[in-house]
Design a protein around this ligand. Structure first.
Ligand SMILES: Cc1ncc(COP(=O)(O)O)c(C=O)c1O
Length: 355
């Protein structure tokens, strides 16, 4: 066995993706399956295609490249870097956008590559990450993009909660939909999509029995984790499809407080001293920040306390555990979003895809 390992149960993920697809379609929404958290893993992409997804989205052009040859929309969900425009035009069919400068570069490149790229202009309604801010600015940028010949202004988009944790509400979604309508009036034509994201919006629409108008929804976390950004459980979905295992490489009784003059650790952190609890049984698992940050893990054994982590080691207090762990034992963890993201990204974490 190879550790650390992500155990990825594909059937619950398939169920989640199926429920999301059918729920969205009942609402006349076409979901974009966001594949970045698993780096467009072929087993998961295969399931998306089998289920009938027509739109896949990723933040990295490298991941879109893996979808080459598939007959689906390939949407770059991170507003593009000017330096990646040639690759974007080569591998994507569409992109979110907020800068007229980059839109013009895409237009020039699309002409060279004899392609037409669909652009969804992002509107910032309060989360303060990407997107044009203010309605007048939105009109101006929309008009300029609309005049370009080799790109199509495909719609208006917005994103919630990823930066400031701003949740979808009836007010901000109404504002977004109104902005799209206003842009359409300004341009004198309809735009194909009102594209919202992320999983939080899906959860909101589910709770509020849907609001008319959104017709594209970019969803990642919900498909894999069955939760939304605020770690709220979405009851119609499965949780715990992904877990992480790591192996114990040392167990010793050690004092609960370090000895010597404390400075900062290599990550610039001043480690807070815990209460002196005397000698405690501590385990080290071979898992570090180069793999998965320990703050994104929850031990299955509720008596384990996470103490700290360096690049390659995670230290745990196992003194109160009923189980008498020994070196070589494998500890299992629930994973938060950040653990799945970095677990899939780190070459050092084995991906155990369970069919
Ligand atoms: C622009 C955009 N849309 C949608 C998503 C999907 O978010 P989530 O994984 O929370 O559903 C993300 C994040 O990955 C994003 O950056």
């Amino acid at each position: 066995m190879t550790y650390p390992r992500l155990n990825v149960a594909l059937q619950p993920i398939r169920d989640n993706m199926s429920v999301i697809l059918h729920t969205c379609r009942q609402w006349n929404i076409e979901p974009v399956a966001v594949t970045k958290v698993h780096r467009a893993h072929p087993d998961i992409v295969k399931m998306l295609l089998e289920l009938g997804y027509t739109k896949l989205g990723d933040s990295r052009v490298d991941n879109l490249k893996k979808l080459a040859g598939l007959n689906v929309e390939k949407l770059l969900i991170r507003i593009p870097m000017p330096s990646e425009v040639a690759e974007l035009v080569k591998w994507a069919t569409s992109s979110l956008i907020s800068s007229i400068y980059t839109a013009k570069l895409i237009d020039q490149e699309a002409k060279l590559q004899k392609k037409k790229i669909k652009l969804t202009l992002m509107y910032d309604i309060g989360d303060l990450r990407e997107g044009v801010y203010g309605l007048e600015n939105l009109y101006k940028v929309a008009k300029e993009i609309d005049e370009l010949k080799n790109v199509e202004l495909y719609g208006i988009g917005t994103n919630m909660s990823c930066m400031s944790g701003i949740l979808p509400t009836e007010e901000n979604i109404t504002e977004f939909l109104k902005a799209k309508k206003n842009v359409e009036e300004y341009l004198g034509r309809k735009l194909a999509v009102a594209s919202a994201g992320n999983t939080d919006v899906f959860a909101f629409l589910l709770r509020n029995k849907m609001m008319e108008g959104i017709n594209e929804l970019r969803i990642g976390e919900g498909m894999i984790m069955g939760t939304d950004g605020a770690e709220g459980v979405i009851e119609i979905l499965h949780q715990d499809a992904v877990t992480l295992e790591a192996q114990i490489v040392e167990i010793y009784d050690k004092p609960s407080q370090p000895t010597g003059i404390a400075s900062i650790n290599p990550f610039g952190e001043k480690v807070e001293q815990r209460d002196d609890r005397g000698m405690r049984k501590r385990a080290i698992v071979a898992l570090g920040r180069q793999d998965v940050h320990f703050m994104h893990l929850i031990p299955y054994d509720e008596n384990i306390v996470l103490i700290g982590q360096s690049s390659d080691h995670t230290v745990l207090d196992v003194a109160d555990c009923i189980e008498q762990y020994i070196e070589g034992d494998v500890l299992k963890f629930h994973v938060k979003y950040g653990a799945i993201l970095s677990g899939f990204t780190s070459d050092y974490v084995y991906k155990n895809m369970i069919h």
